[in-house]
Design a protein around this ligand. Sequence first.
Ligand code: NI
Length: 163
Amino acid sequence: MAIRKIRVIGDPCLEKKCKPVVKITDGTRILIEDMFDTMYEAQGVGLAAPQVGILRRICVVDIRDEEPIVLINPELIESSGEQTDQEGCLSVPGKSAEVTRPDYVKVKSLDIDMNEVIYEGEGLKARAILHEMDHLDGILYGERANEPYHDLEEDEEYEEMEE
Ligand code: NI
């Protein structure tokens, strides 16, 4: 178990398209454990490998109300609806902006044993999955936002929503 350093906006790792995972090694398993540890310690609801400097298509999501999930080489296969809400990112600390995204997603992914799995999500889970998948293509939420990044107010508890 280890907490990894979270890269912040301006770091080139956050702008790169990540490569697919071709094999699960001990290193991959440790990376995934560390990603969970790092996400929980930062009180985020999701984290993508490039945020800890690893340019592979892996992300973790835990919105707390449902089982945590690991996405490996995820592909969006269906989306519908629309939701608009404030979003944050552990790699853009202290900021927030309004983003409109689909309200429902279905994704195809690999699990830790490289078996194909399907995950569905609605609301915050859908938002978190899409936000993390964007990181794998070097996209930060600001590129999709309806407004510029703004500072979080002291009384706004968005920390728990940071992805
Ligand atoms: Ni993020």
